[in-house]
Write a protein that binds this ligand. Sequence first.
Ligand code: BTN
Length: 270
Amino acid sequence: MLADALPQDLREALDAVRPSLAARIRFFAEVDSTNDEALRLAEAGAGDGTAVVADLQRAGRGRRGRSWFSPPGAGVYLSVVVRPCDWPGGLALVTLGAGVAAARAVTAASGLPVELKWPNDLVVGRPWRKLGGVLSEAVGSRAPAEAVVVGIGINLRPVAYPPEIADRATSIEGELGRPADRAMLTAVLLAELDRVLSKMRGDETAWMCDEWRRLARSGLGRAPVRWQDRGGWRTGAAVDIDEDGALVVESAGRRERIISGEVLWDRVDA
Ligand code: BTN
């Protein structure tokens, strides 16, 4: 698919934040999903840092087969090719890194404080309202993957959300009660993602995990959680993450690692 010209406001924001990022971006007025487009580019050999940004997604995808509501102009919809992605925690770790970058970018660009909910929801307030999320997908079918696509969606403007998410979804402008600059948020997010991934490549995975813990504070520290495994619903206390991106919980006096699936936080989840 042929990319569209970079919008003027995005070009100006990139000039102000980091001009070299502009050359890596493929902008589309409309796509089915920026992740799909980035996966296609990665399979065709696109290099590390290639980014797909869209004004609207016709079929935005979320975790666990859900859709990601992506009306025009109402959010940031972007996906970045990460190559190689050879950390021991692979996809899980890069997902945590993307969450850190997204939370830092929202606060830096808009002033809104954001928390992280494992594995990677951007949430605000009490009970938690969801502002954004991360969907990381491996390129190709070989393990370990030759590259990963990291997709990030952030709600910027309040819109009429579909009924199934209306009571839990929120947006930056809805929270702040004033306009926020989408182009600037996109530019800061790309720069933060680049910064976090460079640190992780420079052996600073521990820095990223500490930053994740700081941003997820109220969901750790023995917060009561429920999760589902093969035996049904379980309860326990969330104590930490490990350096492979797993959530560490304590249940019946034993520590366990959760590596996938849905976890519900009893006191703060909506
Ligand atoms: C989630 O919380 O379930 C993850 C949501 C990820 C949404 C983003 S929007 C940009 C990229 N393209 C997609 O189709 N999905 C991700």
